[in-house]
Design a protein around this ligand. Structure first.
Ligand SMILES: [Cu+2]
Length: 254
């Protein structure tokens, strides 16, 4: 625990916690920040090199909550039998700021959420608003991906491996909960954010976000469809701030 870490903790203000709303609800609004040019974010472990000129880096650790047990798999019908693999381990997400305009879907790199081993992979995805998302089926049987979330309602219908359904453009910030109409145990979350600075954590809750514009930012910590905690940082150009927010899930909830 070094002095920079202590300073960071002192500077952190618990702004709000929220999102104990309906599971379909939008991501809680964070404080507005200035819109800036898109910058790549990365979930990779903290780099040791200094942040790019004029920008800051935020690294650290947040909680990862255990996933609720999913309903028992019922009889999915006649053979051929298939094996349901274990889902990926739960992870959390972190993003910095809000208010950035959506990207142009035509030039954005599509995100990819596969169905493989009769599970969605990855189980949690974060994209910037405007990003197209594709849902390729890598299994031998049909899947049927849909969402009834307010941020994006769609229903791709049944499709097989190789029958790539059209990409879905995630135009509205918020939580998009994904289901498969054929396999009711299949669940995934897609968080659409209006900021270029975001990361999905590893299974231990570690994250690293680069290229952040200096200044005060609200930081959103997504822990589950019903719990997003917000904190605040004040970053200087060239700063690499490391935080320990592993207590975030224990804060009182509104
Ligand atoms: Cu399915």
């Amino acid at each position: 625990m070094n002095s920079r870490w202590l300073a960071a903790v002192a500077a952190v203000a618990v702004v709000a916690l929220v999102s104990a709303r309906a599971s379909d609800d939008a991501v809680p609004a964070a404080a507005q920040s200035q819109a800036v040019a898109p910058v790549q974010s990365s979930p990779a472990p903290a780099a040791t090199a200094a942040p790019a000129a004029g920008t800051a880096r935020l690294t650290g650790r947040v909680p990862v909550l255990p996933r609720k047990s999913l309903p028992a798999i019922k009889d999915y019908g006649p053979p051929p039998a298939f094996k349901v693999d274990a889902p990926d381990p739960p992870v959390s997400a972190v993003w910095v700021g809000s208010g950035a305009p959506a990207v142009d879907p035509a030039s954005a790199t599509p995100a990819r959420i596969e169905q493989r081993g009769y599970q969605f992979r990855p189980t949690l995805t974060v994209v910037r608003s405007g990003t197209p998302v594709v849902f390729p089926n890598e299994d031998q049987l049909y899947h049927s991906v849909f969402s009834k979330s307010q941020a994006k309602r769609f229903d791709l219908g049944r499709f097989r491996k190789g029958e790539e359904p059209p990409a879905v453009v995630m135009d509205t910030p918020g939580l998009v909960q994904l289901f498969c109409e054929v396999h009711e145990h299949m669940r995934a979350n897609l968080v659409v954010v209006d900021t270029p600075w975001f990361a999905v954590t590893d299974a231990e809750g570690r994250f690293s976000i680069d290229g952040i514009a200096p200044g005060k930012h609200a930081v959103s910590i997504w822990l589950s469809p019903r719990l997003t905690v917000t904190r605040e940082v004040d970053l200087a150009a060239g700063q690499s701030l490391e935080v320990d927010w592993t207590d975030a899930a224990a804060e009182p909830r509104k």
